[in-house]
Design a protein around this ligand. Structure first.
Ligand code: G3P
Ligand code: CA
Length: 344
């Protein structure tokens, strides 16, 4: 599928701008990411918008908006009680009056310069941004007599699909239809679709040829399996039999990075597991998450490039990063080093 290790801009270039905003995605594209990653939730009127959760108190100014005070409520989302404001209780035109805020201002104070200035984008707007940048690049390449530029990939994730189906707002057909309208179709359609649940990926596999990604947490179980009383956990999905099952509907797994290289007792990178080799044997690619430059997220003793070097050496096929510029640099250095080693 992928000819080289792909750099996936996690929530856009979320190390440099509030996550899931057009500025964040645009920055990621400018930094050379192969894919931009929108997490998707639904509005009350059935529009796919980009937020990491359906609860938007932490990433927008909704808490300070008196007209929406009455929408604050408590819900059980995927078995967890959460209090706040939920996208499914807002019409798109209401959500559009909100403005994004940096999720972790204590770690990313520079990103707060954009607080209060950026809208919650719809999937349509994100795809229009991609199309617009691609068109600009094509025109520029033609003017300069250069080869046609690489297309920009998208890597959407359906968030809480069982929850939204339960509300009568299923996401799958809407997602596929929107992507197809923008030309994303087929196994090399420059889009991957991902989910932490299993059932909706199986539904998607019947709706589209686009490659699917089974996300895997370091612990616990997919919520749709929990809900249906299926005892299988994420760990069960990673056994040889589990991987064979995933390969029936997906092209790739997206594991927590600790499943590829765990950390030792001192927080340093430890010995790699056999996960990458096991997945490759089952015909699955491996795109771990999430690589972040801030020291709070890094293993002891390395910077982000050093961490990525260790994971690239294990044979991963792609990775999610909040700092796509660093990711591209590390990936390119690895590619050059590999070529030089082979040539010698
Ligand atoms: O989608 C995989 C990666 O993004 C990790 O998950 O929680 O950041 O959406 P999350
Ligand atoms: Ca995601």
């Amino acid at each position: 599928m992928s000819q080289r290790v792909v750099v996936i801009a996690h929530r856009g270039a979320s190390g440099y701008a509030p996550e899931h905003t057009l500025v964040s995605y645009f920055t990621a594209i400018a930094q050379g990411a192969d894919y931009i990653e929108p997490d998707l939730v639904m509005t009350r009127d059935g529009v796919l918008v980009a937020r990491h959760e359906n609860e938007i108190g932490g990433t927008t100014d909704v808490a300070g908006r008196g007209e929406f005070a009455g929408r604050r409520t408590t819900k059980i989302i995927d078995g967890v009680s959460i209090t706040g404001w939920f996208t499914e209780d807002f019409l798109l035109e209401e959500l559009k009056t909100l403005r994004a805020r940096e999720r972790i201002p204590q770690l990313r104070p520079a990103n707060t310069r954009l607080d209060g200035r950026l809208e919650i984008p719809t999937l349509e707007e994100i795809l229009a941004l991609v199309r617009g940048v691609e068109e600009q690049r094509r025109v520029r390449a033609r003017e300069l007599g250069l080869p046609a530029p690489e297309p920009i990939g998208v890597y959407p994730e359906t968030k809480h699909p069982s929850h939204f189906t339960g509300l009568g707002l299923p996401m799958e057909e809407r997602l596929v239809q929107t992507l197809e309208r923008h030309g994303y179709r087929g196994a090399d359609g420059r889009a991957f679709l991902q989910s932490f649940e299993t059932g909706n990926l199986q539904v998607l596999s019947r709706l589209t040829q686009l490659p699917l990604v089974q996300l895997i947490e370091a612990a616990g179980a997919p919520y749709d399996l929990v809900q249906s009383g299926d005892p299988r956990t994420y760990a069960d999905l990673l056994t040889p039999r589990g991987l064979e099952g995933i390969a029936d509907y997906a092209a790739c797994i997206g594991p927590a990075k600790s499943l590829v290289i765990p950390r030792d007792g001192e927080g340093r990178l430890g010995k790699p597991t056999s996960l990458v080799a096991d997945c490759h044997a089952a015909g699955l690619e491996v795109h771990p998450w999430t690589f972040r430059a801030e020291k709070e997220f890094l293993p002891a003793g390395v910077d982000l490039e050093g961490e990525l070097r260790a994971f690239l050496a294990v044979g991963i096929d792609g990775f999610f990063t909040d700092q796509p510029d660093v990711g591209v640099r590390a990936r390119d250095a690895f590619t050059i080093g590999s070529a030089e080693r082979i040539a010698k």
